[in-house]
Ligand binder design. Structure first.
Ligand code: NAD
Length: 269
């Protein structure tokens, strides 16, 4: 039976052209093109396009493998060249589900004062802030009260998200095979009265990070590119619960090669 493939693209002229060429090639090669229940989702655009596709297919992540084609700069999740669509179609033909790469997702569970619980999954990171005021929150690592945070906010990222917003706020870059989450501060207040660690923390998969913010009605929680407004949060719990995103093994470039090519560029001896 032919593989079921969905192709999604951002609105740019280049991505739309690639979408049209790629769907033609995939049809000619006998793939079943469908948006419903695909086995493979090919995104055309940038990392943002892949993040959006991940959330669109969030309910079936255990059945879907992703492939990212980049039409702009090399992306972190999009390492296929739009100029090699024939190579991509050949790679999709020989691709084997058992060889997919699995990267951890971050589970974010928000409990409100009225007892309601909302669960989200982030591929890059989740941040929490207040609309205008300082975020004041107890930070717990599992049952240990670790610090009382004051500042703009906190970011909790996955290993693959470590190169995204986390890196911009001073967090470390982590290899995706390290099953851990990273907590990074966003402009913490540190003075004679208020004290935070002042460094990002890499927290093991065995632990959960729990934030208990002070009562307020203007919390802004982000999950990758998505934004949610919350009032009366009682706690936010972060953990790696084993959920993953799968990337089809179609000749993925190595993680450190992507880090070098994205952030360092050509190196001459
Ligand atoms: P977008 O698609 O414009 O992405 C913003 C930039 O982040 C792009 O250059 C993209 O290639 C890069 N990026 C995304 N994921 C990455 C990753 N895992 N590793 C390295 N670079 C990555 O914007 P969007 O659609 O709103 O995407 C949301 C993501 O953008 C967020 O998850 C966040 O990580 C990132 N972001 C970064 C900053 C910052 O660095 N100051 C600010 C806001 C959002």
């Amino acid at each position: 039976m032919s593989k079921r493939i969905a192709v999604v693209a951002n609105a740019s002229k280049e991505s739309q052209e690639v979408l049209s060429n790629l769907t033609g090639l995939l049809r000619a090669a006998g793939f079943d093109l469908t948006q419903e229940n695909p086995e493979i989702v090919v995104t055309v655009g940038g990392d943002g396009t892949l993040l959006r596709a991940m959330h669109d297919y969030e309910e079936s992540l255990d059945k879907v493998r992703f492939v990212g084609v980049h039409t702009g700069h090399l992306g972190f999740y999009t390492d296929f060249l739009a100029s090699d669509l024939t190579g991509l179609v050949a790679a999709l033909q020989s691709e084997n589900a058992q060889e997919a790469w699995h990267y951890p997702l971050l589970q974010v569970e928000v409990t409100c004062q009225n007892g309601s619980v909302t669960k989200h999954y982030a591929l890059n990171e989740s941040t929490i802030r207040r609309r205008a005021y300082t975020l004041v929150a107890d930070v717990k690592i599992s049952d240990l009260l670790f610090e009382k945070f004051r500042g703009d906010g906190l970011s909790v990222s996955t290993p693959t998200g470590s190169t995204a917003y986390n890196k911009s706020i001073g967090g470390a870059v982590m290899h995706p095979s390290v099953a851990a989450m990273q907590v990074a501060e966003i402009a913490s207040l540190n003075n004679i009265v208020f004290r935070t660690l002042g460094a990002s923390m890499i927290v093991s998969q065995k632990d959960r990070v729990v934030l208990c913010p002070e009562p307020a009605d203007d919390y802004v929680l982000t999950i990758d590119q998505l934004e949610f407004n919350y009032s009366d949060i009682s706690q936010i719990s972060y953990r790696l619960d084993g959920a993953t995103i799968a990337f089809a093994n179609c000749g993925h470039t190595s993680f450190w090669e992507r880090v070098r090519d994205s952030f360092i560029g050509d190196i001459t001896d």
